[in-house]
Design a protein around this ligand. Structure first.
Ligand SMILES: NC(=O)c1ccc[n+]([C@@H]2O[C@H](COP(=O)([O-])OP(=O)(O)OC[C@H]3O[C@@H](n4cnc5c(N)ncnc54)[C@H](OP(=O)(O)O)[C@@H]3O)[C@@H](O)[C@H]2O)c1
Length: 284
């Protein structure tokens, strides 16, 4: 029965459920959305206005209370609009920030914008709407666990991606301005962001963590297997103790756990979901 007493049929609306925000409607984002949609009302935000309607239909066909909206996470106005939509949907319980570009999907500057500036804008907006019990999971990458961390000077610049001269300062310090380097640096910076911001989230009784996948069988993963970085990826897979890529079900498991109340004492840290690749790299 609707609030006004009118009976409604043929709808998956669940205003009684807490809200989950998922950013990114690609392979891993949709699998996280399907999973979180079992226990939340969903707001899925992704860049492609052309693909979003089909995403909403697919989620609703599964009986999930989902709204899919366009958001460009590099644009502060677009992120603010998303914040208003969120507020209208109810209490924000869970954030899964999945969106990013892989090295084959853009150039150095584009990756800095999407993977780091975008993540920070979403973190800032989500914290404004967080309440006791809210949990945010930011997807980083095993690529962020660099063998050789960047210098203290570069790290300090990466720690403040919303500074107006962020890109210029970084470019004055980094000589290798490739998309692969941008991917590594931005994923390293997302790991740090979740550690550094844990205190601010804690003040609200909320948690923030990162999750670092290794190679996962998604469309982005397939692109990297076929593109110019194929050898980097194959080398990584050769070191995998489990001898295979991970699946989107396995990353959804990790996101669901980290966001859940069973992870209630886990904040300001990272969960590596890489099939043991980093461990064998370091210890063999
Ligand atoms: N797949 C792997 O092997 C692997 C390994 C390690 C880490 N990861 C990480 O896992 C995450 C998901 O990867 P995936 O394989 O699922 O990638 P994906 O299928 O390419 O999805 C990425 C999504 O990001 C969205 N996006 C791009 N730019 C955006 C923007 N400016 N604003 C809003 N959304 C934007 C895209 O939206 P539209 O489709 O709407 O354009 C796309 O759906 C990424 O953070 C990636 O770095 C993946």
């Amino acid at each position: 029965m609707a609030a006004g007493g009118e009976l409604t049929t043929g709808t998956s609306e669940r205003p009684d459920l807490p809200v989950a925000l998922v950013i990114g409607g690609g392979g891993m984002g949709m699998s996280a959305a399907r999973r979180l949609g079992q226990s939340h009302r969903l707001v899925l935000a992704s860049l492609s206005a052309a693909k979003n309607p089909a995403r909403e239909v697919a989620l609703r066909e599964d009986g999930i209370d989902a709204v899919v909206t366009r958001c460009d996470i590099t644009d502060p106005a677009s992120v603010a609009e998303l914040g208003e939509l969120l507020a209208a949907r109810g209490r924000l319980r869970t954030v899964a920030h999945v969106a990013a570009l892989s090295p084959s999907m853009g150039d150095w500057r584009t990756l800095l914008g999407v993977n780091l500036v975008g993540a920070r804008l979403i973190e800032r907006m989500s914290l404004e709407r967080a309440a006791p019990g809210t949990a945010a999971v930011f997807v980083s990458s095993s690529a962020g666990h660099l063998a050789q961390p960047p210098s203290a000077e570069i790290t300090a610049v990466l720690d403040d991606p919303l500074a107006p001269d962020f890109v210029e300062r970084l470019e004055s310090l980094v000589t290798e301005q490739t998309s692969l380097q941008a991917y590594r640096l931005t994923k390293f910076a997302v790991l740090r962001m979740c550690r550094k911001r844990a205190a601010a989230w804690g003040e609200k009784g909320a948690r923030i963590v990162s999750m670092s996948p290794g190679p996962i069988a998604t469309p982005m993963g397939a692109l990297e297997s076929a593109g110019p970085h194929r050898e980097v990826k194959l080398n990584m897979l050769r070191r995998a103790p489990l001898g295979r890529e991970g699946t989107m079900v396995e990353t959804a498991d990790a996101i669901e756990f980290l966001a859940s109340d069973r992870a209630s004492y886990i904040t300001g840290t990272d969960l590596l979901v890489d099939g043991g690749i980093l461990a064998t790299t370091r210890f063999s």
